[in-house]
Design a binder for this molecule. Sequence first.
Ligand SMILES: *Cc1c(COP(=O)(O)O)cnc(C)c1O
Length: 364
Amino acid sequence: MAEPAAARLTIDLDALAHNFQVLAREAAGAELAPVVKSDGYGLGAGPVARRLWIEGARCFFVARLAEGEALRGALGTDRPAVIYVLDGFTHGAGPRLAAAALTPILCTLPQVAAASAWAAGQHQALRCGLNIETGMNRQGLIPDEVNALVQSRGGLRGLDVELVMSHLGSATEPEDVRNNEQLARFLEVRGEFTEARSSLAASAGIFLGPAYRGDLVRPGVSLYGGGPLERPDARLRAVATLTAPILDIRNLRPGDIVGYGASVRLDRPTRVAVVAAGYADGVIRAGKAGGYAWLGGARRPLLVVNMDLLVIDIGEAPAQIGQPVELLGPNALLDDLAAAAGTVAHEVLVRLSRRAERVYLGEA
Ligand SMILES: *Cc1c(COP(=O)(O)O)cnc(C)c1O
């Protein structure tokens, strides 16, 4: 491959497949249903899902209706996956859900009523899931609402509930009592739907042990290389690698100011490289302190992150103009950069922009 003249985002689908298999082993007994919302965490829901189909994935989750439609198109008729839409049966969604054969996860009473009315009009049962609110207070039917639906005649008329799910709010903190409380509330409601499959765990939940796995697990970030406990996990491989070439190398003196304002004033002679990437490519500006790039086998502190350019302290490292610097990848670790920016790996991934040239490895 010729050395790139601009930032390049390499998406390694072999690494994605590796992570899928690591999670599948960990979740032994449960089916992996990859979460590919927000265009596959910014990495391309189509290429991601097509590769995961080869690895054995047959169910996928998206958030929005439009994401489900796009995914159905990307999978095509040869890959008839179940596609769950977490937003559920939103206003007027019936025809679109039906046209793209999407399965809504109902999460409010009005949604249940609308879905039931739609099914009656179609003279056909609607396959759907139910999202149960168990302690995150974000999305889902509260257990009392579900009980009322189950007990009322016709509350769920026309609905073929094939999945009962909930979402954990503290799975990245395995000792948190909320995990146990959510599990207990979930199992109680789940017991009302013996025919349905159950799903509780996202990436972190898979690692909480067998009780949390249910029939279907919903990993997102760990498929893409983010550690389940929000720190680097050596079992997982980096899927996204962002590199950009060095544009210039400068020898700066004590007292020199680098970049805008005066926040970076050097107190010693410093050799820096100016790199052809910035926050417009997805390098988060807030992650400058504590963040690093990778060059010449070592971490190099970020001094400046501007829209198109960044400046790194390269010390004595051998370096030349045009040489690529790793800004995210197997050495500049996703979870480290997220922590430096005060955010989570999910956000770092979805901020990777379309400006960087995209290269897929291992495409199906
Ligand atoms: C985003 C999401 C997931 C995936 O979470 P990760 O932390 O990325 O594994 C699973 N379930 C629901 C309901 C989600 O919103």
